[in-house]
Design a protein around this ligand. Sequence first.
Ligand code: ATP
Ligand code: MG
Length: 654
Amino acid sequence: MNLNAEQTAAAHYTGPARHLLILAGAGTGKTRTIIGRILYLIRSGVPAERLLMLTFTRRAAKEMLARLNHEVGGVSEKITAGTFHHFCLQVMRRIPKAFGVEDRNVIDRDDAESLIQLLRGELLKKGEKKDFPKGAALLNTISYAKNFCLALPDYLNRFTEYDETTMERIIQIATQYEQRKTERHYLDYDDILHLFVQGLENNDKLRERIAGLYQHILVDEMQDTNPLQWRILAALSSTQSDSGAQLFCVGDDAQSIYAFRGADFRNVHEFESRVHNSTTLKLQENYRSTQEILDIANWLLKQSPLQYDKELHAHRGRGLKPRLIDFESKFDEADWIATDLQQRHDNGARWSEHMVLVRSGWAAKTLEGALIDRQIPYKFVGGTSLLEAAHVKDLLSLCRAALSAYDELAWIRYLKCWPKIGDATAAKVVQGLLQLQPADNPLDALADLLPRRDDVRQGIAVIQQYRGEPHTALKMGTEHLTKALSQRYDRWESRAADLRLLASLAHRYKDLLGFVEAYTLDPVSNSEAEQSEQEDTLTLITVHSAKGTEAPVCYCLGVQPGVYPHLRSLGDKDAEEEERRVLYVALTRAQNELIITRAGDDNRTLFHGGSFVHAQGSPYFLEYLPGPLVEYEHHGYGQAMAGGSVLDELLDFD
Ligand code: ATP
Ligand code: MG
């Protein structure tokens, strides 16, 4: 594996400092240098099992191990590698008693949220519920406080603007949440880190024993470690003395994008003062991208009031200018991207050479519709894909049920959307429906099978009535299900927006069956894509999940005012600045081609006479982007939607 002189100096470092920080910009080979370091250590005789490699995602760890395996073969399997959570859990599972976690089962984020939602329902009085933060927000608050290593009341006072009564209630719910978890033997994700730290800090023998397992700890994406993770590193490496493991951390302060979860800048900025006997090395040259792509990233950082002191130079030299393309609507934007991808694929490119970066799962959804329409295989990393969202499946199950009395799975799902219908009733109804003749209408059978449930029948009836107008069918179906589903799911407003989007995607279909087939035969679902990573798929990814990744062609979608910086961050200077770094991470993923797109129909912006009009005075990172840095294009309404299908000519065939 090739390393340049600076990378080699880091990877082969032998002293005098015990601990190293490699602080360098995007694409300069930080991750590659960690791999180089591990190879160097193994080749100099350090047993692979004495190495601990901590990464931000398990996917990253897997990729790095595969790389190591390629270089040194089977020994690489002896390295302990994974995320902080994964590592801590592995240790605690070996010696649960030492951490007081015998018989405790890990619950995932969804379970934790349901538990909080339950307690919220129990503890709040009737009148209080309406405006009180919901399960997800409550869980975030409790989780952030833990990751910041702050007591909940301190966290609430410092970082939130809730009134006194709300704070008291939140504290009450949090206390109950802790108690319930203990009673039910649950561990949530934060408990894993928290109990691990407590175990180490309160028991010297335990700490020494675990620290003694490793000679070197290597940490990627150090800028995003939080105070809790920091304490783990400190405990294992004895940062204040010359015993324990040696740290080899790499990071980029300009890519720190997890402050909201407690990521602490100071872990890199103050590394040398926090870690006894340490030093910092730099890498200067970017190997990922061409200079034109780096120019725009460099320009973005230079606009910041902070001194990032980062000017990336492309080892690869010059290439294509990034494109900046404006669209009147997000449907045009999505359509254009899908068409462009299709053309590249037709010309011989692999899907996997392309990556689409989005700010949020929500921003991805219109594009998902366009990808599904064209049967472009994709995997969505970092969010729930449109077709996997529970409420979307509910609505589709209603459509499928209305189209076929025999679609057992759809019927069960649809029936169970309704209050007071459980497995037993659903199974009974399905049995009854399966007896029908193809010409029978399930509506008549339903009247017998569920005599008192007009609500359930009406849902089916309305879809059947509008099966020739899929858009209306979905709209009416949504209306019918809203009462039942809104009681079932939190954040109903954003879920309802997904269903509206689904209805608008249905506009293009001539009948409901065509739509349902396109949308239930999802080309490649997330899990399948994960199973066969060799499979050629496009990657659709949230910027927060995209750290460390790269692709030859990258589309950054929805880069309009109100998104960068995100409206939510406005007014909070630190949060706004973090948004700049999010955009920086996004732009620096591209190797050969960077395509930045914006849509003018976002409800926060207006597209007028070829430029964006947005709230006066609110910041927008690309507002003063110098023209020469990009090739600018503007695609007017409807251009990207041109063309129908020749198959439509068959429609009048009897
Ligand atoms: P990020 O900041 O995004 O995490 P990074 O600093 O970790 O990036 P890498 O992912 O290690 O950078 O490297 C970026 C790209 O440059 C990779 O494709 C890598 O293989 C390539 N690269 C890095 N160093 C060299 C080198 N010395 N010779 C050839 N290619 C290199
Ligand atoms: Mg990296």
